[in-house]
Design a protein around this ligand. Structure first.
Ligand code: ATP
Ligand code: MG
Length: 608
């Protein structure tokens, strides 16, 4: 692909001159090809999946435009105006950046005309979505900093935000990047438009979009594999990693992706975090920027568009330290790549999180329906970070409190109510049942603790854990009959076997580090040689989607239809076939084997 290179003396993108304008060597190009092959192996997105995402967007657009028209009619807006009111659906985030994978949600901003208020959207459009057959879960979070509707559409998570502009007509001619559009807009609308503006601006601030995309894809795979990707629990999330990669692209505007990837790890690791990482100068009068200045952030990475936000607000001292540790590990391995003694795949070896620590807190969140589990585990996940902060502050002897970046999710088929109760505490029956009476959904979160030498036995974790339990149980939607929460203290020997052993492999172990013990620069003299084919990975990259499992659902009421089942379970993957195992004889004779019980056998307990 042809690209334009930046002359040495010229205007540049970013807030400082490039560190190097060197052009790629043959070795850099060969290494970039190897990097591309590694990314292609790990980020498998099929044409069908791409098409499905596009279909979802088209359907959402049709629903939204119809909704806008109905609201106009209901409010007795002139018929001509109602027909012209329009409405737009604009994807942003990783979809717009061109780096989304199978795990990514689709972030969408809905732009409506002045006739459709925020209240109309968060009630009326939520009702429309609830009626849509392909939508299995809809949760409106109206009181968030950026109010959002989370939904699962054909098994894919979608986050919808709403912007009401003060125009009568919203069509393609409306310039959503025109600053004057923001005048007199509701603050929540301004923040909701920000995501789209940020994504577009990131793309406009990088010297070469395809280099940026390749490096960002690689960094996303790495951060997920090394368990340092999650805005919600306190690591960097999608937008923070995107801005960080974009900044390194600015610093090496002509470099091949292999060089940018290597420089990425050294630049981030060596960054002076008393200075924010930014892609362009921030306007002084930005009220949110000023509020950023007076607050303390450990790893400030700021979004480029007005109103500027700190995308790393959630980083805690433990997640900061862990991220640095991982950056250092990656930096050392990428230096070995340049010497020909490691490969791009080695950097992606899975995290040794479950082997590294002596103490873990295990939080098992359970419920008896997939839709309920989406809400309940989401709520608990949002409270993990405050718990981490409390634990960090518990005593000086607490050296590190590291949350695992995501929950381990399961659907457990159970044959008895005793098994169901046991599943809520983390036990999994040994057999797969043909006719289970119920399925329990669990999401298990882990928090690792590292103490100073002598104090681990004397430290009492009860108080912060009890506070955590009280907070999650205080949620409006909490129902003790259908939702469970069990907390265990585990030592390293009690970690479930299936979580162990993935990473007992070659490469550089991620030991705790101090910033001083690394040299400042990593070499960019990469020879591009890879040995991937000769090396054996202990785990394999994701395979394309194909039927891979059977889920047994029991205790169904006769009124449950296939359509409802599809709605609920598509979140977990594509459903290829339904099979019914009726009790004894044919359909006419049917009586459900077990009537759904009115109360769900789960205990709420906290075991600090
Ligand atoms: P992923 O592939 O994980 O979905 P993403 O880049 O889409 O990555 P999301 O976490 O889905 O990231 O966020 C979508 C958009 O929401 C971002 O592009 C950004 O504009 C906005 N956003 C999310 N988190 C933050 C944050 N912490 N600060 C500011 N903006 C954020
Ligand atoms: Mg996203």
């Amino acid at each position: 692909m042809s690209r334009q290179f930046f002359p040495t003396k010229r205007t540049y993108l970013g807030v400082s001159e490039p560190l190097s304008t060197a052009l790629p060597t043959a070795a850099d190009k060969a290494s970039t090809e190897a990097l591309q092959r590694t990314v292609d192996k790990w980020m498998v997105v099929t044409k069908e999946e791409d098409a499905k995402r596009d279909q979802i967007l088209n359907r959402l657009e049709a629903l939204f435009r119809e909704f806008v028209r109905e609201i106009c009619v209901r409010k007795k807006v002139d018929e001509g105006l109602a027909n012209e009111a329009g409405g737009r659906i604009e994807p942003f985030g990783s979809y717009l950046l061109g780096v989304d994978d199978r795990d990514s949600d689709i972030d969408v901003v809905c732009v409506g005309p002045k006739f459709v208020t925020r209240e109309d959207f968060f009630t009326g459009f939520v009702d429309v979505l609830n009626r849509e057959p392909e939508v299995s879960v809809v949760v409106a979070v109206v009181d968030a900093f950026v109010p959002v509707v989370n939904l699962v559409f054909s098994g894919i998570e979608v986050d919808l935000v709403y912007v009401r502009v003060l125009h009568a007509k919203v069509d393609e001619s409306l310039d959503l990047f025109d600053g004057s559009l923001l005048e007199h807009l509701d603050e929540r609308c301004i923040r909701s438009l920000n995501g789209l503006r940020v994504s577009e601006e990131i793309l406009s601030l990088v010297p070469d979009v395809s280099t940026f995309q390749l490096v960002l894809k690689y960094v996303k795979i790495w951060a997920k594999r090394r368990a340092v990707y999650s805005n919600i629990v306190g690591f960097l999330g999608g937008v923070a990693w995107a801005i960080a990669v974009a900044r390194v692209c600015q610093l090496y505007p002509n470099a091949a992706a292999s060089v940018v990837a290597t420089k990425f790890f050294s630049t981030l690791f060596n960054w002076d975090w008393s200075q924010p990482l930014i892609l362009k100068h921030i306007k002084e009068h930005d009220p949110l920027y000023n509020s950023y200045e007076v607050r303390r952030h450990l790893m400030p990475i700021l979004t480029p568009s007005y109103p500027c936000m700190c995308a790393t607000h959630n980083v805690t001292s433990s997640t900061f330290q862990t991220t640095l540790t991982e950056l250092k590990r990656a930096l050392l391995i990428t230096e070995m790549i340049s010497l020909g003694s490691a490969t791009w795949s080695d950097v992606l070896d899975p995290s040794d999180y479950f082997e590294k620590y002596k103490h873990y807190i295990q939080i098992i969140v359970s419920s008896n329906s997939a839709a309920l589990q989406f809400k309940w585990s989401g709520l608990v996940e949002s409270r993990i970070r405050p718990l981490v902060l409390k634990l960090e502050m518990l005593s000086e002897s607490v050296e590190l409190v590291q949350p695992f970046s995501k929950s381990i999710d399961r659907a457990v088929a159970c044959k008895t109510m005793e098994e169901a109760a046991a599943a809520c505490t983390g036990s999994v029956p040994e057999m797969d049942y043909i006719n289970p009476i119920t399925t329990i959904y669990t999401s298990t979160f882990y928090i690792a603790l590292q103490f100073g030498s002598s104090s681990e036995k004397s430290l009492n974790l009860s108080l912060p854990i009890q506070e955590f339990v009280d907070r999650v149980k205080g949620w409006d939607g909490f129902d003790m009959n259908s939702m469970g929460l069990v907390i265990h203290n585990l030592n390293s020997s009690e970690i479930p076997q299936n979580l162990l052993g993935e990473s007992k492999s070659k490469g550089v172990k991620s030991t705790a580090i101090s910033k001083q013990d690394v040299t400042n620069e990593s070499t960019s003299n990469m020879n591009g040689e890879e040995h991937e084919d000769k090396r054996q990975c202990l785990d394999s990259p994701p395979a394309p989607a194909h039927p891979s499992g059977v889920l047994f659902i029991g205790g169904l009421d006769v009124t449950i239809t296939e359509f409802r089942l599809k709605k609920i379970f598509e979140k977990f993957g594509q459903i290829t076939k339904f099979e019914y195992h009726w009790h004894k004889v044919g359909r006419e004779q049917v009586t459900p084997k077990v009537q759904p019980s009115s109360s769900f056998p789960m205990k709420i307990q906290a075991l600090p």
